[in-house]
Design a protein around this ligand. Structure first.
Ligand code: NAD
Length: 451
């Protein structure tokens, strides 16, 4: 549910009042619904001269997706999206024409519009001017995203290790950023490498035939993840503690999946998950480590149980489960496993009263990066999603004033919905995203805290 302030400033008398008083007016974000158009209007594709070949290839793909694609900024359109391709720019002075062309249409970017950059990262050995223009895109995109209004977002694809602009994982990422699935992802640059991935036969069911496990699925973000993975075609094993059995059964029934009552801190949690997935569904392809707890205290007041329980559930359980899954079958492990772990912006920027939680979530980012090459060698991936402020039971316990500040301190001026986190996870878990490995994708509305 959209929060009551956002609802008020978008309806009736209170909308007019908020406008007159100059109050922040967060937009009601457009979320994915099967059958809705991919973008809310035509797509403008611009590039610097050297990147024209990549821009042509991407424009051709967008046309194939049924979009109205234009190559010149004109006054007659209400733009649904702008794609800025700077993959081959080799000097900062190369990009001004393309960047200013983007600027010339921003006043006519439709509400819920999208700006997506496509670039390459600065790397060791680059000439200084090449590194300058490549890194420049980062600061440009993050700044531009803060200027966009009315639910519009800006995100970037960073092609690593020579990945082609129209490689399957780059295209899957582009589609995610253009679509309403990325409603609460803003100001993010996602590295995408080469892979042997293939695009899905049906973009509305990219997880068809896959079996996924979601921990902490009884409520909140976990329940939304289970629903979203099932909507995208996966069979879902829903895991939660026995005490949450009712909610767990509700989620499992709603998604046509199975329920596994299990405390993720159990010594044999990974083995039991694998056994359940294989006996009930015949295979295991996706693991979403979502179960998590808060025990907020200033470190000066922290009791051992408060520190230890957070580390046990949020971090040590993920490590143990991964070790059991990757070491299963005498060491061969589950091949091609897609692992997505819940981190948090608190693990990136830090948060007062959350030394235990911040440690656990930064630890998740650490093990994700270390696990990525191990699973990547077999065609799998390990990624993390770092939500900002998401409207759930967990955050409804935060005192009102703190909660209100946390909501508004992002470019989208509102908290996200559980489904926003779920959409990012469904994207990262999809076979086409195999080129995204070892990454942390923030789902935070470009929270002003941290990067
Ligand atoms: P929630 O408290 O609403 O749900 C968490 C679920 O995990 C519950 O169903 C709970 O029973 C289950 N769980 C807890 N310990 C477990 C255990 N030992 N074994 C199995 N299941 C267990 O939380 P949420 O807000 O939906 O958060 C989900 C995840 O997202 C967590 O990892 C959290 O840290 C992360 N996150 C949430 C936010 C937010 O704003 N809500 C922000 C950043 C990160």
């Amino acid at each position: 549910m959209t929060d009551s302030y956002t609802r008020a400033v978008n309806t009736g008398f209170t909308k007019t009042l908020a406008k007159k008083l100059g109050l922040p007016r967060p937009a009601v974000l457009r979320r994915f619904r099967a059958g809705d158009p991919l973008t809310v209007g035509p797509v403008l594709v611009v590039s610097d001269d050297a990147s024209r070949g990549d821009a042509d290839a991407l424009a051709t793909t967008l046309l194939g997706w049924g979009l109205d694609v234009r190559r010149e900024p004109t006054d007659d359109a209400r733009w649904g999206a702008v794609l800025l391709v700077l993959t081959e720019a080799s000097h900062p002075t190369d990009v001004s024409g393309a960047v200013l062309a983007v600027g010339s249409v921003l006043r006519r970017l439709a509400p819920q519009g999208r700006v997506v950059t496509v670039s390459r990262p600065a790397a060791d050995g680059d000439a200084p001017e090449v590194a300058a223009v490549r890194n420049g895109v980062d600061g440009f995109l993050r700044s531009l995203a803060k200027e966009l209004r009315a639910g519009a977002t800006g995100n970037g694809i960073v092609l690593t290790d020579g990945a082609a602009a129209d490689s399957p994982s780059a295209l899957a990422t582009l589609r995610f950023f253009l679509s309403a699935r990325s409603a609460y992802v803003d100001g993010q640059l996602l590295p995408v490498g080469p892979s042997t991935a293939e695009l899905p036969a049906d973009w509305d069911r990219p997880l068809a035939g896959r079996v996924a496990v979601v921990t902490g699925a009884a409520r909140g973000i976990g329940a939304a993840i289970a629903r979203t993975l099932a909507r995208d075609g996966a069979q879902v094993v829903c895991v939660d503690v026995p005490a949450a059995g009712e909610g767990l059964a509700r989620t499992a029934n709603a998604v046509g999946g199975t329920a596994l009552q299990l405390d993720v801190t159990a010594e044999d949690a990974g083995t039991r998950i694998l056994e359940h997935a294989r006996t009930r569904h015949g295979r295991l392809d996706i693991v979403v480590h979502n179960a998590g707890i808060l025990r907020d205290k200033l470190l000066a007041n922290m009791k051992p149980a408060q520190w230890d329980s957070v580390i046990a559930v949020n971090l040590a359980a993920q490590l143990r489960i991964n070790a059991q899954l990757l070491g299963a079958d005498g060491g061969a492990g589950v091949p091609g496993l897609h692992i997505v772990s819940l981190a948090s912006t608190s693990g990136i920027a830090g948060n007062k009263g959350q030394t235990n939680y911040g440690f656990s979530k930064a630890g998740v980012i650490g093990h994700t990066r270390a696990t990525a090459p191990l699973v990547g060698a077999q065609g799998g991936t390990a990624n993390a999603v770092a939500p900002g402020f998401i409207e759930t039971d967990m955050t409804s316990s935060i005192p009102f004033a703190t909660r209100e500040v946390a909501r508004r301190l992002s470019s989208l001026q509102q908290g996200g919905q559980p489904v926003d986190v779920a959409e990012a996870i469904a994207f990262l878990a999809s076979p086409a995203a195999a080129g995204v490995n070892g990454q942390v994708l923030r789902v935070c509305g470009q929270n002003l805290v941290g990067r």
